[in-house]
Ligand binder design. Structure first.
Ligand code: KG4
Ligand code: ZN
Length: 308
């Protein structure tokens, strides 16, 4: 099954040419550098960038490949920034119409879950943790068609809190990778442990306030900041809380495998703690952790094509 897939839900414009679990080509133009100056994504600019980038990517793809033999076109339908999604959708429809091929809408969250399918066979039922800049969710994956939400954040997403804490510490955007690195190297850890029930909905605004208040207090008193120690304590608090909730739902649902996905699944501490949770803990290849069109293609192959 040969698929042309498009992902434009947020600030990456990504197009992939996929054939039977192999990526023939993926081209991603990231806007992260541009949005850095605003400390986060500006939706209107994101849509405008997608409009330009999609044309550039298509030109480049057509220089290398004949795409007239694809079986179908797949694109991210939701969730995401409405203007950004619309750009991808219009582009996908134009290509499908020009080539007279079927077109399939794909759920971005389910595509994150199926990123692990490039390197693993999913054993059902499964329980999936999807953690990104916009989402923190646990899904019960009964089979490839029946996927139900089990828990999701009531306020900030895990990646969002990483980004906000990093901004407060002057570490730049996105905050996840740099906090991950500093935490890994730190010998000290400041205690920010989240005290809640394992079955309560995810909520990270309390943790965010605690860390930001701590930084304020230290600064007001003119005391020096142990930045790596703050990073390590914060990372342990947010990841341990997430892992504890996964443990609770693993006991409740007794899944045959567990799956990790989303931008924060690149986190080294989360990856190592997640592996300890289950004999069949499926973790995506690093290149499929963030937003990418390849995951849209594999999810589409699995539900609309011949993939399993
Ligand atoms: O899925 P993603 O690429 O984009 C959307 O959220 O749509 O996720 C981006 C998020 C950012 O918040 C970023 O800080 C976080 O993933 N992230 C990480 C790491 N790498 C990226 N968070 C923690 N540790 C990392 N190593
Ligand atoms: Zn995403």
């Amino acid at each position: 099954m040969k698929i042309l897939s498009i992902e434009t839900s947020h600030d990456d414009t990504s197009v992939a040419l996929y054939k039977d679990k192999e990526i023939l080509k993926e081209i991603t133009l990231s806007q992260t550098e541009f949005h850095k100056q605003y400390g986060g994504t500006v939706p209107e600019y994101a849509s405008r960038h997608h409009a330009i980038s999609l044309g550039i990517i298509l030109d480049s793809l057509l220089k290398e490949f004949d795409i007239s033999d694809i079986d179908h076109v797949a694109y991210t339908e939701k969730p995401g920034l409405i203007g950004s999604l619309q750009m991808g959708r219009l582009f996908a429809f134009a290509v499908a119409l020009a080539l007279d091929k079927p077109i399939y809408p794909i759920n971005h969250m389910f595509a994150h879950i199926y990123s692990v399918a490039f390197t693993n066979d999913i054993i059902y039922p499964s329980l999936a943790l999807v953690v990104s800049g916009g989402h923190t969710q646990i899904w019960y994956v009964k089979d490839k068609y029946n996927i139900e939400i089990v828990n999701e954040t009531q306020d900030d997403a895990v990646g969002e809190v990483y980004d906000k804490v990093a901004r407060k510490l002057g570490l730049g955007f996105p905050g996840g990778p740099v906090i991950d690195k500093l935490a890994h190297e730190s010998a000290t850890s400041i205690d920010f442990k989240i005290l809640d029930r394992e079955d309560s909905p995810f909520s990270f605004s309390g943790l965010k306030t605690k860390v930001i208040d701590y930084i304020h207090n230290k600064k007001q008193k003119g005391e020096s900041l142990d930045i790596p120690g703050i990073c390590k304590g914060f990372q342990e608090a947010i990841i341990n809380n997430t892992i504890n909730k996964m443990k609770h739902y693993i006991n409740k649902y007794n899944p045959s495998s567990i799956i990790l996905g989303g931008g924060v699944s690149a986190n080294s501490y989360l990856r190592s703690e997640f592996k300890k949770l289950h004999e069949f803990a499926l973790i995506p290849d690093m290149k499929y952790t963030g937003d990418n069109a390849s995951m849209i293609a594999i999810r589409s192959d699995i539900i609309n094509g011949e993939g399993t």
